[in-house]
Design a protein around this ligand. Structure first.
Ligand code: ARG
Length: 434
């Protein structure tokens, strides 16, 4: 159906609904038509700029995208954003809403378990206010990402759309285990699984309790004690079992991988996104292109970790590892981009303060992307990698009305994305210019 016909049919429904006694109620209900106009709009799907856009919204979805001047239904609520550029609600493919970087090292042990769920509630709001209307939460405890998602969907609290992974899966003693305790202190790690059978069973269990994506650790990491950041932690056989099981259940797979061998085996196993990808080499880029694997490289947070880590109580061992990989990861980002690897925007929010997600746009531009490419990584590409192109990541007829605005032109100054002044999610205005 053409945009105009869709609009007309919606208007017809609207006219019927807005008659008689229902009028007053309908005017404030979800049925209301909203028309947003602004100076410019980024068409991230085509990679172009549209002047004087006019976007019509009904029931949380976009029903028409036209130029200003096209007919506006008489009963529509108008939102005009002069001097501003509209873009789709942003997507961060790698966050941990229930983490706060200020409690580094052992400091987190001062709090009760559910403290972190409450922290996640506050961070959900900060993330949405920053213009991120969709996030993938790739690792948390106690199924608290599922709880936060449910509370947001039930409109109990404000926050982005969440794709929860629940627990990250990993090997005993690996990055996704709790490696900071002596043997006498037993800390449950429900994501720990060894060997294909245990791994498959764990994927099934996490899906049962709400996982919509599976995250696993293929290599060591920065914030884990005792492991080497580059060392591989699952065999190819184990990774294959995990990916096959997840795909059979309709779940995509996100892989924590810094070291080259772990990255390459994860790609060979059929994983969907490689997180970090810090020490990727030429062979890894070739494999990623062959398999259509996305790289989700968190290249901003090095600045934060090195500036604030010591004050935050981060383990000296972790800071040492960060100094080893931070610059290398940025160089890999530039090389992967040159090689033509597909990229999405993932920041590891929670390693740095939530709400600062958009700081990474500048780092991506400093290391080789055009502003449009960086924005596409956080919109149209991310939506594709999620398998959600019909719903999010573009201002297009049929997709959710997830729309944000900045003052001025983000293509000439990408740091403007750090000051999003207008946020609409699902047709609801959650932040307005003051
Ligand atoms: N969660 C990751 C890890 O612990 C964070 C890595 C941050 N450093 C970086 N340069 N991206 O391994």
């Amino acid at each position: 159906m053409s945009a105009m016909r869709l609009l007309m049919s919606c208007l017809l429904v609207n006219t019927v609904m807005f008659t008689g006694a229902d009028l007053a109620m309908a005017a404030n209900s979800e049925e209301q038509i909203i028309v947003v106009t602004a100076d410019k709009m980024l068409d991230v799907v085509k990679g172009t700029v549209i002047n004087h856009p006019q976007i019509t919204i009904s029931r949380g979805r976009i029903i028409a995208v036209t130029q200003a001047g096209a007919d506006i239904p008489a009963e529509a609520k108008k939102i005009d954003l002069p001097g501003m550029t509209l873009l789709p609600g942003l997507i961060d493919m790698h966050v941990h809403l229930t983490s706060d970087p200020r409690y580094g090292g052992y400091r987190g042990l001062e709090f009760t378990d559910n403290f972190w769920t409450v922290v996640g509630v506050a961070n959900a709001r900060k993330t949405l206010d920053a213009g991120f209307t969709t996030v993938r939460n790739v690792g948390s405890s106690h199924y608290d990402d599922v709880a936060i998602k449910q509370a947001i969907d039930e409109r109990q609290i404000p926050g982005p759309r969440i794709i929860p992974a629940t627990y990250a899966i990993g090997a005993t003693g690996g990055h996704c285990d709790s490696t900071e305790f002596p043997p006498s202190v037993t800390v449950p790690s429900p994501g720990v699984a060894n060997g294909p059978d245990e791994i498959r069973a764990t994927v099934r269990k996490l899906r049962k309790y709400g996982a919509e994506v599976i995250k696993f650790c293929a290599t060591g990491g920065v914030f884990s004690k005792t492991d080497s950041v580059s060392g591989q932690q699952y065999s190819l056989l184990e990774m294959k079992a995990l990916v096959d099981e997840s795909h059979m259940l309709g779940l995509k797979v996100a892989v924590h991988a810094h070291g080259a061998s772990g990255i390459k085996d994860a790609i060979r196993a059929g994983a969907d996104t490689i997180e970090h990808a810090s020490l990727a080499d030429d062979e890894a880029y070739t494999l990623a292109k062959q398999h259509g694997t996305w790289f989700s490289m968190d290249i901003y947070n090095d600045d934060y970790i090195l500036a604030e880590g010591e004050k935050n109580g981060t383990f000296a061992e972790s800071l040492e590892k960060e100094r080893m990989i931070g610059l290398k990861q940025r160089q890999s980002f530039r090389n992967a981009l040159k090689a033509g690897v597909k990229m999405v925007f993932g920041t590891d929010g929670g390693i740095y303060p939530h709400g600062d997600n958009a700081k990474q746009f500048k780092t991506m531009v400093d290391w080789g992307m055009t502003p449009m490419q960086a924005i596409q990584a956080a919109t149209v590409n991310a939506a594709e990698a999620l398998g959600r192109s019909a719903d999010v990541g573009g201002i297009e007829v049929g997709r959710y009305a997830d729309i944000v605005a900045v003052k001025g032109d983000p293509l000439t100054n990408v740091t403007l994305l750090q000051s999003i002044v207008f946020v609409m999610k699902n047709g609801d205005v959650v932040k307005q210019p003051s």
